[in-house]
Design a protein around this ligand. Sequence first.
Ligand code: FES
Ligand SMILES: [Fe+2]
Length: 446
Amino acid sequence: MGSLKPDHLRTIREAMDRGLLPRWVLTDPDIYALEQEKIFARTWQFLAHESELPRPGDFVTRWMVHDPVIVIRGDDGVVRAFLNSCSHRGTLLCGADFGNQKVFSCPYHGWTFNHYGELVGVALANQVWGPELKREEWGLRPIPRLQAYQGLIFGNLDPAAPPLTDYLGDMRWYLDLIMGRTGGMEVRGVPHRWVVEGNWKLLYENFTGDPYHVQSTHRSTVELGITPNRTLGADRKGYQVVLQNGHGVNVTLYTEIPERPFQRMPEETWPLFRRHLTPVQHDLMQRASVFVGGVFPTLSFVSPLHGTEGDLYNFLNFRVWRPIDPCHVEVWSWFLIDRAAPEGYKQAAYKGYIDSFGPSGTLEQDDTEMWARVMQASQGWMARDRTLQYQNVMNYLMGWGRVDPDPGFPGPGTAYPGLVDAVSRSTHRYWFGLLTDGADGEGDLG
Ligand code: FES
Ligand SMILES: [Fe+2]
């Protein structure tokens, strides 16, 4: 475990018990190594949406942190996932981001694999190979677990992992709401990706547990009129909902049904909300303004309102924060929209996405700058000092022991009104439980 000592883990535990987190957990290479083994090798990670693979032979290539993955729809219609690495000598098999292929040929020595991962072609097979090569033993290595919920395909490297539905827990209710509200979503275009300075936990937390930053980091977007004023005023109320397994969601609701309900989706889609949601979900959705949340460890989502041409549009943005080292993340960003929405709305919403959360979007730039600043100030000797003192920790005390959950919130989970750090504290506890094979990490220590 390198220089990480039991004492250091006890320091993290003690900090969490006080609503804090040591700064060095963002930069420490030993923590990062432990996260590979204890977190990324065991938890469900988002790979693709089913709409990215509509036809047999369609494939996308993705990463489960450092493991390259190929996800493909077979000619039997079933989606499978394999390690994107040739079984002969380990070469990255497919270098394309997406496409449609009958077979995949390795560029190194020419072995060829089909949709089922089977080795179906061996170069010079009759001249240089005999019975020593048993083809059935040399297929691609399958990703141990692959399951989907609401069209979202997740993989897990742990053959003994609990089912995806158990892992998602009450997050399913919110995924039903944002993904299933009009009968299904589709991905438009391909995911954008770019590299930013930041530890993956910082980015996950920014979306999943930190609505507090919006008023300051994104102030200029409100002033420009490209984002609604999200400071919780008289007409809106925010909740932070703590869910199991480090997941969480922030819900902003209008106190009355607004003139344009259902997050300003076009009127022709309104009957679909009633058809696809439960009455409780339907009532909540009528008053919804913004959802932002995450599925631990590396998936976040935001369903906001944005636009640059005099109107605001709703869309769904999925994020995978793929760690590439302790201090850098490759951001993967998908645009999703209701399949049933009119084409004109989809196009306007896509522009709203590009201008806000696309790689050059205003909100994206705001956040990227803050993440880099945290990292720049967290790598010196003082920040890496492992003694526990107030100036060397991150503060997650907002609402601690002061704000009680609101039992009147209509959805599952523990919902705190207003701005609190409850989701972050719960996420830290789950993260620590996995790292140390210890506590279940459920609930909020606050
Ligand atoms: S490494 Fe792929 S064929 Fe040799
Ligand atoms: Fe932000």
